[in-house]
Design a protein around this ligand. Structure first.
Ligand SMILES: Cc1cc2nc3c(=O)[nH]c(=O)nc-3n(C[C@H](O)[C@H](O)[C@H](O)COP(=O)(O)OP(=O)(O)OC[C@H]3O[C@@H](n4cnc5c(N)ncnc54)[C@H](O)[C@@H]3O)c2cc1C
Length: 481
């Protein structure tokens, strides 16, 4: 379809619709996808959308688990070709990138020069634009905060078409709301991020087995001051006295001068993992080998095996490369395909520290009672951050991967609604990057009223025609079910 050329409306050729899928494969939209490569192209599309009333969803790496970057009623701007690393100051560690550059680009550019991104997600595939929109956290959130706290400055194209420079001092309102604003106010263009110096290509890892929630919380509280990263892998099938059992990985950076192999072990070829298992089986086939276990009994056995393995290596310190520690699952390409022909959703909730243990007990027990147990649970410690639509709390989060099948879909959604009530009761929060099930009523119950009011005011100011929307925005903000 080609729009009619008039004097003021730019002539835009709208591409054919294609499938735009949630990372967890549980939803998709059929949308025309534009892949701009320059600021001018993005701006032109925004002007055209305002003039034609076209709804636009911005999309980065498409790594949000749910419908955060799909758009059933409009177009999608895929920003992954707007991805140059523009500058890297080796003295200050400040890197300037276009917003479609991925976390992979950051660490691969930084590490051989002794720098690592200050905050990374469990996959290296998100773009900086997507990471800032959701204000992602890492396994070091309790220590360094979210990625937004490491941004020096960015340029931002508001939905109505102005380009503004934002930093904690310049246009600070927009700085603190675009970061966390889930792509609803405009598009990040260039981003300056302060990278973190490292003095080894490896980190010291302490693996610790914990028998239940009591031991899990105790360990985190005792060790977070001496750890750089902390993460718990919890077996959600365990019950009774073993509820909350699992393995913790505490990681600590090596100090300057401690590693004689530095900087040699920062070379990219020593960071990336081999693409074959035992030098034989291509890892891209591994999901096929894992597939026979992708049902309740199989996953129960895998979680049990992981617990037994973690008892065997309990407290046996080892050293691991940064990329391997941070992005292990990326080295098993397409691992999510084990859920096919079904899909998966992730349900991640953040609970204040005084309520967290009780809330997670109730959540795990409810899942077991309902016969839908999550296959993978990841536990982290958090601290509050200053961004408008923050998901963080002074407390803990649990990210839970649930399989979605044709048969369990309705039951799973009902379970999530039940879990929402537990989270609300314990004054918890949800996270748009991981969400597939949140409803407006629940969102309005947990966000502070002032923050929401301010968000709506800013949305009107920077996007008066409401061109920016995603399926998530429509589901959580516009539908009143
Ligand atoms: C295996 C896996 C592990 C993960 N681990 C973590 C984790 O540890 N911590 C964590 O916090 N998250 C984690 N995530 C979630 C992921 O980091 C976020 O969903 C992130 O936002 C994805 O970025 P993206 O570039 O893929 O953006 P998308 O998913 O495509 O989009 C996310 C949002 O950003 C908006 N957007 C995209 N580009 C721009 C732009 N240039 N300007 C303005 N808005 C834009 C979109 O409209 C959308 O609202 C994980 C995801 C996966 C798949």
């Amino acid at each position: 379809m080609v729009t009619k050329k008039t004097k003021s409306i730019p002539s835009i050729k709208v591409p054919h619709k294609e499938k735009v899928e949630a990372w967890g494969m549980s939803s998709f939209s059929m949308s025309p996808v534009f892949r701009p490569e320059t600021e001018e192209e993005i701006k032109e599309l925004f002007i055209w959308a305002n003039q034609t009333g076209t709804k636009v969803a911005l999309r980065g790496g498409g790594c949000s688990y749910g419908d955060a970057s799909s758009n059933n009623d409009g177009i999608v701007l895929d920003l992954t070709r707007f991805n140059k690393v523009l500058d890297f100051n080796l003295k200050t560690g400040v890197m300037t990138v276009q917003s479609g550059a991925r976390i992979k680009d950051l660490w691969e550019t930084g590490i051989e020069n002794g720098f690592w991104p200050p905050v990374v997600s469990g996959t290296m595939m998100p773009t900086l634009g997507g990471a800032l929109s959701m204000n992602i956290h890492g396994k070091n959130n309790f220590k360094v905060g979210t990625i937004g706290e490491h941004i020096k400055e960015f340029t931002f194209l508001t939905a109505k078409g102005d380009i503004l420079v934002c930093s904690p001092k310049k246009n600070s309102d927009l700085f603190y709301s675009a970061i966390s604003g889930f792509g609803m106010l405009g598009c990040f263009l260039t981003v300056q991020i302060k990278m973190k110096p490292i003095y080894s290509g490896k980190m010291k890892i302490d693996p610790v087995y914990v028998r239940n929630f009591d031991e899990l919380f105790e360990y985190f509280e005792e060790h977070y001051k001496t750890a750089d990263y902390l993460v718990g892998w919890i077996d959600a099938f365990a019950s009774g006295k073993a509820l909350g059992r699992g393995q913790i990985h505490k990681a600590t950076n090596l100090k300057k001068g401690e590693d004689p192999d530095f900087p040699g072990n920062c070379l990219l070829e020593r960071q990336h993992l081999p693409t074959r298992l035992f030098y034989l089986i291509p890892k891209k086939w591994m999901w096929i080998l894992m597939r026979p276990f992708s049902f309740n009994f199989g996953m129960r056995m895998i979680n049990l095996a992981k617990c037994i393995a973690s008892i065997l290596v309990n407290n046996k310190t080892y050293y691991q490369g940064h990329a391997e520690y941070a992005f292990l699952l990326d080295y098993v390409p397409n691992w999510k395909f084990v859920y096919k022909p079904g899909a998966m959703i992730q349900y991640q909730v953040f609970i204040p520290k005084e309520n967290a243990k009780q809330a997670f007990r109730e959540i795990f027990t409810k899942c077991q009672d309902r016969g839908i147990v999550n296959y993978l649970s990841v536990f982290k410690k958090h601290k509050p951050d200053p961004f408008l639509l923050t998901h963080a709390v002074d407390g803990f989060s649990m990210a839970m991967d649930f399989p979605v099948t044709k048969r369990n879909r309705e039951k799973l959604w009902s379970l999530c609604y039940e879990l929402d009530e537990i989270v609300l009761k314990h004054k918890g929060r949800f996270y748009f990057a991981k969400d597939s099930t949140l409803r407006k009523r629940v969102m309005e119950s947990y966000f502070p009223k002032d923050n929401l009011k301010k968000f709506y005011t800013l949305k009107k100011k920077y996007d008066p025609k409401g061109i920016l929307q995603t399926d998530l925005y429509k589901r959580v903000f516009l539908q009143s079910v």
